[in-house]
Design a protein around this ligand. Structure first.
Ligand code: NAP
Ligand code: ZN
Ligand code: ZN
Length: 350
């Protein structure tokens, strides 16, 4: 075992604080990564506060969150072929899976039917708790490490590892592209990546935000239209309008109101994960043959495809870099939708 340091939530009620722990010694196929940056995802807040307890078997404390990790390879195991010391790499939301089930074989490791090992707040195949990227280093099997394109900076690129792929995957799966009208609900960490990626894919992009406060930003990021959901007119004006709505909101919303904005055969894809169930009427589905679907991050192959796409199109995140000591303050600002548009922790401050 080797010593590692980071920031952890001691329990669901206490702010994050410095924490010392151990990482495994690198195995033959492991890569040891010096972490340079880690994004703050809203899922980190949900999980450190144990808000998903209804949907999860257990929460593991002390919890070192962080699954938008970028850094540089510091060492490799004897049989590693994909990476060498000095390479720019990333780690996303999971660090292992069974590798043999049909989903893993299709490159959908995030839907592994045996065991997807999440980057933190999970147990690996040996039952050992996993610790995330709010730390100085991480040890990950080379097959679950991503290569960062040379032209993307490690700080602005970190949020691609969760926010980026979480939007890229459904945009691709539901064919966002030229001639398609796509709405992104919520202009936060996920939402702003949705705007950039849908725009880069050639779709006509509309932001549905609580107010018009972020309108200028939304347009600059690539949105063609911007509406406030606090204005009831928005819901009459846009009725039957969209081919695809991607809903990134972290809090309860009346989903049926948004389904009314779909055209015939349109789909609303949920990626936001509020802590409580949301009822939807059958009529919101039957009218217009609408689909309500969900999507969870993306597989390793697709994440690499997304990173390469971002490298080619010069797409990265809009970030505010913070020292590790400001994590708890950053959490409060995320909860107030006061982030433009992702906090990224500079791990050199640890
Ligand atoms: P975030 O940065 O906080 O963004 C959420 C946005 O939702 C806010 O910026 C805000 O946008 C809007 N919003 C917040 N509260 C609202 C409310 N009460 N009513 C209406 N709109 C509200 O969070 P994030 O990191 O993007 O994550 C969003 C959600 O996705 C979280 O629940 C997270 O756990 C989940 N997530 C899911 C996956 C997946 O694989 N499915 C992956 C990562 C994260 P406006 O200011 O524009 O209104
Ligand atoms: Zn995330
Ligand atoms: Zn599997």
């Amino acid at each position: 075992m080797s010593k590692s340091k980071g920031y952890a939530a001691p329990n669901a009620k206490t702010p994050l604080a410095p924490y010392a722990f151990e990482r495994r010694e690198p195995r033959e196929h492991d890569v040891v990564i010096d972490i340079k940056y880690c994004g703050i995802c809203h899922s980190d807040i949900h999980q450190t506060r144990d808000e998903w307890s209804e949907y999860q078997e257990e929460s593991i404390f002390p919890m070192v969150p962080g699954h938008e990790v970028t850094g540089v390879v510091a060492a490799v195991g004897g049989k590693v072929t994909k990476y060498k010391v000095g390479d720019k790499v990333g780690v996303g939301v999971f660090v292992d899976s069974c590798r043999t089930c049909p989903e893993c074989k299709r490159g959908l490791e995030q839907y592994c039917t045996v065991l997807t090992v999440w980057t933190y707040n999970a147990r690996d195949a040996q039952g050992t708790p996993t610790y995330g990227g709010y730390s100085d280093k991480i040890v990950v099997d080379e097959n679950y490490v991503l290569s960062i394109p040379d032209n993307l900076p490690l700080d602005a690129c970190a949020p691609l590892l969760c926010a980026g792929i979480t939007l890229y995957s459904p945009l691709k799966h539901w064919n966002a592209g030229p001639g398609k009208k796509v709405a992104i609900v919520g202009l936060g960490g996920l939402g702003h990546m949705g705007v950039k990626l849908a725009h880069a894919l050639g779709a006509e992009v509309t932001v549905l935000s609580q107010s018009l406060k972020k309108q200028a930003d939304g347009k600059r990021l690539g949105a063609d239209h911007f509406y406030a959901t606090s204005d009831p007119e928005t819901f009459t004006k846009l009725k039957g309008h969209f081919d695809l709505i991607v809903n990134t909101v972290s809090a309860p919303l009346n989903w049926a109101d948004y389904m009314n904005l779909l055209r015939t055969d349109g789909s609303m894809v949920i990626v936001g994960l509020p802590e409580k169930d949301i009822p939807v009427s059958a009529f919101a589905l039957t009218a217009g043959r609408h689909s309500l679907a969900g999507s969870q991050v993306g597989g390793i192959r697709e994440t690499q495809e997304m990173l390469d796409f971002c490298g080619k199109h010069g797409v990265a995140s809009e970030i505010e870099v913070v020292p590790v000591q400001k994590i708890n303050e950053a959490y409060e600002r995320v909860l107030k939708s006061d982030v433009r548009y992702r906090f990224v922790i500079d791990m050199a401050t640890l």
